[in-house]
Design a binder for this molecule. Structure first.
Ligand SMILES: *Cc1c(COP(=O)(O)O)cnc(C)c1O
Length: 379
């Protein structure tokens, strides 16, 4: 059996101490001990989201919280902008259409960031648009959208801004309250270093108002029900007790490290990895706003990126991600978020070099690793 390395943008590795925290005997989800844990989870999430808003917890993957942000804000027939610069942006359209809402698609070329003025123009042209749905980090392209600027755009309008920060929260600073973000969504399995299974949604005052008139159907993902029950430190349904225990440990870990240090370390890993790719003669797929959370890299001409991904998986049990949809075969993606170290990053670079060499790409073996070592050495 080979040692498995998780270096894809989710799920990311879980720290051993957190795995142990989750090995504790189960307690009952209606016990007073669990109510106390629920209260600590609510407070801890507010710190990471940098908000005084309620942050709801759902037992689902991140998409569940995305879906809740359509079901609880809109009514069938309502119009909302979906910023589509990649696979996750397209998911907003799919959810909107599933609920009978009208998606106003703002298509952004993959690899590029949305222009806030384009969103402003759409909102001005049609004041009936009720929401703008966007990704903080579009994981399929590695691009970070300008969230702070988008919040400035929606601020003076009737529209709420809903930010999918599943792959961005804990990667770089997204201060919910300071930027005035109406809804911020995240999940457990990216920078929060937990197994998949928890989704989060912070809900600001403007979104709470809109929620009151929403007529889309909802049951499991009802914000009103959850706000009431979670306000009393109770889940409406059976809470994922084990993941909550893990989350408490993650809070401790983040407190020990400091959020700013975490952002900085992520940035250094990203910088080292990107320098390595440049030294190998490879280009980033993210043509602007390349995020620090992951790198999306174009495979050299004549090499199928899926072969690089497959080489790492089959020979070394290293999991990186390929491209999705139109980027499939063209790019591979490597994460820098969460519990991934400098040496995991060097391992990925080294393995990519070995795969590229095996697939016939010509370069001086080791130049990528050396470029990254230089940056880690200076950091
Ligand atoms: C991972 C991710 C999600 C959530 O996907 P799930 O598979 O539902 O957890 C949503 N948005 C972005 C940008 C992501 O990277």
């Amino acid at each position: 059996m080979k040692k498995v390395s998780l270096l894809a943008p989710g799920p990311t590795p879980v720290p051993p101490r957190t795995l142990l925290a989750m090995a504790q005997p189960l307690i009952h989800h209606r016990s007073s001990d669990f109510l106390e844990i629920f209260g600590r989870v609510r407070e801890g999430l507010k710190k990471i989201f940098k908000t005084n808003n309620d942050v709801l917890v759902f037992c689902s993957s991140g998409t569940g919280a995305m879906e809740s942000a359509v079901a609880n804000l809109l009514s069938p027939g309502d119009k909302a902008i979906a910023i589509r610069g990649g696979k996750f942006g397209e998911r907003w359209t799919e959810i909107l259409e599933a609920y009978g809402c009208q998606a106003v698609n703002l298509d952004v070329e993959w690899g590029y960031a949305v222009k806030p003025e384009d969103v402003a123009a759409l909102l001005k042209a049609d004041p009936s648009i009720k929401a703008v749905y966007v990704q903080a980090l579009e994981t399929s392209t590695g691009v970070a959208h300008p969230i702070k600027e988008l919040a400035q755009v929606t601020k003076g309008t009737g529209a709420v801004l809903v930010v999918d920060a599943v792959s961005a929260l804990g990667v770089y600073d997204i201060p919910t309250d300071e930027w005035g973000l109406d809804v911020v969504i995240s999940g457990s399995q990216k920078a929060l270093m937990l197994p998949p299974g928890l989704a989060f949604a912070s809900i600001g005052p403007k979104a709470l108002e809109m929620m009151k008139t929403s007529k889309c159907p909802k049951f499991y993902f009802s914000w009103a029900k959850e706000l009431k029950n979670q306000g009393d430190n109770k889940g409406t349904f059976t809470s994922p007790v084990t993941l909550f225990m893990g989350l408490l440990d993650i809070f401790e870990l983040i407190d020990e490290m400091g959020l700013d240090n975490i952002y900085k370390e992520t940035e250094i890993k990203s910088k080292a990895f990107k320098a390595a790719m440049a030294a190998l003669g490879l280009e980033l797929y993210s043509k602007e706003n390349a995020s620090t959370g992951l790198s999306a890299v174009e495979a050299p001409a004549g090499i199928d990126a899926q072969d690089v991904v497959g080489w790492l998986k089959n020979k070394y049990a290293i999991f990186i991600a390929g491209g999705q949809a139109q980027a499939k075969g063209k790019i591979f993606r490597v994460a820098h978020m969460g519990y991934i170290s400098e040496f995991d990053t060097l391992q990925a670079i080294s393995a990519i070099e070995m795969a590229l060499a095996g697939l016939g790409y010509e370069f001086d073996m080791g130049v990528g690793v050396a470029a990254a070592q230089k940056i880690f050495g200076e950091a």
